[in-house]
Design a protein around this ligand. Structure first.
Ligand code: MG
Length: 367
């Protein structure tokens, strides 16, 4: 199989809630998503998607993804998309870094490998563990009482795991965590994700104040060193996210005993190939994972479902169904949430087909 063309689409993804807000007053109203379609010489098409969480969350932004794909596309034309390591070598030689740019291309090649072999991506990634993947719901930052109502609302929809967006005013954050925990039953999971938003002294106050509560603390401060310092002051279970963007970062954090759970985002790492590498290592090291991406629509959600469903159940801390947060569906066949869970498709590849009416004409074609 050979890559004969790469088509790039841009699609806006507005939110059912209108706005998604997190630490430091950051928010997004409409997500800028990029979809790639790889055409091959036998007529098979593979699909991928990347959607940064705005331009100020990780070093990634929507137009940057499309510009970077234009840089990589000439190098990929003629390559065999089913040879995933070779494809990633080609991309790494052509463009240093920019993991998020490579992610949708790697994802589309996994889709093609699945179609070429007649196998769902989760089976190619190691096999299907269990019947379903348990999801978490991210609770956008707002007043403590509003967030508690949101937790209750999504709990009624079947979610059992919740990630509160904190990283704001310390007194408010303490109240946010307390109010949400009060609603939840034993066994339901609460994570307070500061998304790098606290300074050391602020994180110290929050973790002290919630010391008696059943809550996970996620990525309190901007740097790894600051977060490690907080980790050493608290007995709450601890999640690292933004700082773990490579194999080297994961190995360092493991050596330092810096986390109990790690958040693996597909595009932060550069695609399903790199996500699988870190996922498999985490299983060997005994570290549970949140399996997700920075954001996305149906194609990203399908990719998350395959990555999560191929991860041993004990190690799946949680995963995300981004397609239920947004009002636009960019593909058919993606998983739909049921009782707070989703399942990876049993169709070959990712199991999705593009919605041509929603995507319109490509913004770029490389052939
Ligand atoms: Mg996080």
């Amino acid at each position: 199989m050979k890559i004969t063309a790469i088509n790039v689409y841009q699609v806006d993804l507005p939110l059912h809630e209108g706005r998604y807000a997190w630490a430091d007053g950051k928010y997004v109203d409409v997500f800028d998503s990029t979809v790639v379609e790889i055409e091959t010489d036998d007529g098979t098409r593979g699909y991928g998607e990347v959607c940064p969480l705005g331009p100020f969350y990780l070093p990634a932004y929507g137009p940057g993804a499309r510009t970077g794909i234009g840089e990589l596309a000439p190098h990929l034309l003629g390559a065999d998309p089913t040879q995933l390591s070779v494809v990633n070598d080609i991309m790494d030689r052509a463009l240093l870094g920019h993991a998020y740019v490579k992610s949708p291309l790697d994802m589309a090649c996994w889709d093609l490998l699945g179609k070429a072999t007649g196998m769902p991506v989760c089976e190619l990634l190691g096999g299907r563990y269990g019947e379903r993947v348990v999801l978490y719901r991210a609770i956008s930052q707002s007043a403590p009482e509003t967030m508690a109502v949101d937790v209750a609302t999504y709990r009624d929809q079947g979610y059992t795991r919740f990630q509160l967006k904190v990283g704001g005013d310390v007194a408010d954050d303490i109240q946010r965590i307390g109010a949400a925990r009060e609603i939840l039953d034993r066994g339901e999971v609460l994570v307070a994700d500061a998304n790098t938003g606290w300074l050391l002294h602020e994180a110290a106050r929050v973790v002290d104040a919630v010391a008696g509560l059943d809550v996970y603390i996620e990525q309190p401060c901007r740097s790894y060193e600051e977060s490690l310092s907080v980790r050493r002051r608290t007995r709450r279970p601890f999640v690292l996210d933004e700082n773990i963007d490579s194999l080297a970062a994961l190995l360092r954090a493991h050596r330092d005993d810096a986390m109990d759970v790690v958040n693996l985002k597909i595009s932060k790492l550069g695609g399903l190939s790199r996500a699988r590498q870190l996922r498999d290592l985490c299983v060997s090291l005994g570290v549970a994972m949140t399996l997700e991406d920075s954001w996305g629509g149906d194609i990203v959600t399908a990719a998350i479902a395959h990555l999560a469903h191929s991860t041993p159940e004990d190690f799946r801390f949680t995963a995300t169904d981004f397609n239920s947060y947004v009002t636009v569906r960019n593909a058919h066949g993606a998983p739909r949430r049921e009782d707070g869970c989703m399942r990876a498709s049993r169709e070959p590849g990712l199991g999705v087909t593009l919605d041509a009416d929603v995507l319109g004409e490509p913004v770029a074609r490389y052939r």
